[in-house]
Write a protein that binds this ligand. Sequence first.
Ligand SMILES: CNC(=O)[C@@H](NC(=O)[C@H](CC(C)C)CN(O)C=O)C(C)(C)C
Ligand SMILES: [Ca+2]
Ligand SMILES: [Zn+2]
Ligand SMILES: [Zn+2]
Length: 166
Amino acid sequence: EEYSHIQGTRWNKNVLTYRYCVIGRYTRDLRSSIVDSLIESAFSVWARASGLTFVRTHSHNADIMVEFVTYAHGDFYPFDGPRGTLAHAFGPGIGTGGDTHFDDDERWTAGGAGYNLFVVAAHEFGHALGLRHSRNPESLMYPTYKAFHPTNLLSREDVANIKALY
Ligand SMILES: CNC(=O)[C@@H](NC(=O)[C@H](CC(C)C)CN(O)C=O)C(C)(C)C
Ligand SMILES: [Ca+2]
Ligand SMILES: [Zn+2]
Ligand SMILES: [Zn+2]
């Protein structure tokens, strides 16, 4: 399974809205203001490379709904408890398109022990924008979590792929 439940291939607009925590709540691992800044940073990685704009909204029909959930949570891809699958995202499209779910049975961190929320969110938002996995271990879209990345999270391949799409 690609963990990027592809719907459309790309968004046909360049301002995308996102909203947090409609189903689940914030993770208890981090203060909500830290979660906000990590998610913002993950969006800004793609905004810089693509020219897309991401706007947080509280309206009901945000393009990208961001949730921290566990096990079965209303889609066909239940999470699996600690470790294993960390998160998943739906490709561009209406409804669940773009929606991004984090397994809240993981320990989410801003840099300490556990899984780095900024890095995982950036990977997931790549899917939410229409990117598939890469076989290049240098790529952010590599299917296995890596704790350490060079300062610029996106590989040349990631930048080329998002520019080809938008
Ligand atoms: C530590 N566990 C892993 O490395 C697992 N990989 C993931 O959970 C992917 C997310 C990482 C790359 C942030 C799932 N994915 O592709 C979502 O879009 C397994 C490789 C075990 C599946
Ligand atoms: Ca898990
Ligand atoms: Zn889900
Ligand atoms: Zn993935």
